[in-house]
Ligand binder design. Sequence first.
Ligand SMILES: [Zn+2]
Ligand SMILES: [Zn+2]
Length: 254
Amino acid sequence: MKLRVLGCSGGIGGELRTTALLIDDDILIDAGTGIGELTLDEMKKVRHIFLTHTHLDHIACLPLMVDSMFPHIVEPMMIRSHASAIEVLKKHIFNWAIWPDFASLPTTDNPVMRYEPLRMGDVCTLGGRSFEMMPVNHIVPTVGYRVECASGVVAFSGDTTSNDTFWEELNKRSRLDVLIVEVAFKESFRELSLKSRHYCPSLLAEDLKKLRHRPQIFLTHNKPGEEELIFSQCRELITDRELQRLSSGLVIEI
Ligand SMILES: [Zn+2]
Ligand SMILES: [Zn+2]
């Protein structure tokens, strides 16, 4: 399995793109502005999109991508997430006012996109790659994902602050090779991190102690312009783990 980082910033500006991770060439996790890195031909290959939540930085390019695919698609593109996220997409995005309801176009029998709500505990297997939602703790209903294939396991936290659930679920399972975890804010924004339910370096340091696995760790979702500071604070506070920064264009082989 190959994971290509299309976007991993907490915002935009210059080269920065928001969250979108491409698994092999047919599956996306989140659909932030990173999608703009895909060529039209690459976009045509995407058949499945798993969303962590409906904050704009994670769905910004979903409506535009679906629209671009409209003339090309032969089968519906599957949009999967927890039921609450699906309801938000229907009510607030694909509602004819913001964007057309592409789940009914060109026809309801064969639309360009189709929703599939997932429940916690469901395992969705696509060509040997299994996706499972992991409970996290963000200001709106949000999940992380654990993705397993024959050669390994990657987990992505989505947006979250301190929690037990994500770490407990990962610990219950036997393997974790790569962990992609958010750390949105610098240390002086600890209060804001708690309020908006993101990690800052000290909150992440406390939670990483809960993880029994020793995966490769990539930090993501830093606020634009704060990347160096956040990374150096994480390195000071998390001394027993090797940390790397996730970067746009990076390809991780699992
Ligand atoms: Zn969010
Ligand atoms: Zn976010």
